[in-house]
Write a protein that binds this ligand. Sequence first.
Ligand code: HEM
Length: 502
Amino acid sequence: MATLTTYATGAVLLVVLAYVFFHLATFLKGYIRIRVMLSKFPTDAPSFIFGHLFDYPGPDDAGLAYQRRHITKFPKTSIMWMMNMPMLLVSHPTTVSVILKSSEPKGPFTYDLIRPWIGDGLLTSKGEKWYRNRRLLTPAFHFEILKSYVEIKNRCADLLVEKFLKAAETASSFRVISNVTMHSLDVILRCSMSYETDCQLPGNKHPYVKAVNILSAIMVQRFFQPWFHNDLIFSLTPSGRSFFKQCKYVHHVAETIIQKRQSHLTQDKLDAPEDGRCLDFLDILIRAKDQDGVGLTFREMRDEVDTFLFEGHDTTSSAISWALYSIAGHPDVQRRLQKEIDSVLDNRDNSDVTWEDLSRLPYLTMVIKEAMRLHAPVPFIQRVLTVDTELDGKIAPAGTLVNCVIYNIHHNPAVWPDSLKFDPDRFLPENVEKRQPYSFVPFSAGPRNCIGQNFAMDEIKIILARILHKVTVRIDPDHKVEKLESVVMRAKNDIRLLVSER
Ligand code: HEM
């Protein structure tokens, strides 16, 4: 009997060992294949254990200077080893276009960090689910809908312009990012859920706004701490507990609003809400139906509202803030811009920027684009290859994590000479014509491009025109501005500007 048990135990052990060995061998075979194929891509010599981990100075000005040196050396592709994990960098229109034209899924890591907040919405979902929902949600960004948001954007702009005027009156240095972020949050809350929070008022303590601010701040911290990337480990830390608590609260608010709206809305009422407000994203999400008459589930609606909120406020406020910073540093550009804005807005009853005005401000559009090139509000995006893919004459194997570094593309000396110079004339039509497509991709490009790009451009144009119509901004010589490269381009200690009334 004892012998039989020994044989049985031996046999089980053997099966377990064979199973482990088989999976280890398959993993190693795959890993070696990836290593060999990726070794064909150019790179600086990696150190034995850490690879290039310690070459990168960090997500600040020094790190961005390192990135610019890196693309000067490797303008099309390069490989970086984070210990034993490879990451393929693409930084040239010819290589980035291959990735962006595909529908390859988002990479893990970065996107997984946001998932507890925004769930499986458009930004993070993939395959059939993404395809269907993208089609369902595209009408939410139709120009007729965007047109109706111009009024909301002007009302939100009133409050921020007021703050700029106050700073001019008191001659105080103005905290740009924190104030602009509240403005952009106000815009997206009103446009996505008709949610009024007074979030732009000084000292506002609205719990929803507090929760979103906490989530955004913790996201930045978490991003830089790889040991907190695992949800379980993170949830055991004080920041993690706070993060998941705020996620729960934000979800609860969105769910309550959706339920309330669902109970009020019938199909007939959707075309014109009874309370006189314009259609918001939520109205459209509730109405959206595919060809089989199937709409979004309750959870899908919540995920999309949270996704729009996340994608739609930090990104836009980064673009507005850095544009103001560049304008402040270039008085000649500011004068030319103000001349254009005055020619459109002067001699009116009010300073509102109308829908028609948005196409009457070509120089403003050039300035915004040049600021987005220089500062790249979303500095990088990631994909994972599901098939072997040719890039610059070499094959990148399936399974490779690809980093499309938008900041690098916008500073690639092969495309953008003197890339640190702020020169809006780069976007004169005759100059745009000379560049390859995919040279300028602040909103990404291809099937997974930014669905909110026109919404964002309208918002940026309106607020910049409204501000510069009333005030002039200057660099504060006593405040050092340093970039912080996170999922969104931020500044370490905000951007501060001096303001004078015109
Ligand atoms: C200046 C402002 C903005 C910039 C620079 C920006 C940039 C981007 C970029 C680079 C992507 C691609 C992300 C990736 O591939 O991982 C993206 C996707 C997306 N953006 Fe924006 N965005 C901005 C504003 C907005 C706004 C205002 C909204 C919503 C109202 C929005 C909603 C989205 C969504 C839902 C996606 C995912 C689209 C998909 O995969 O189908 N974005 N954005």
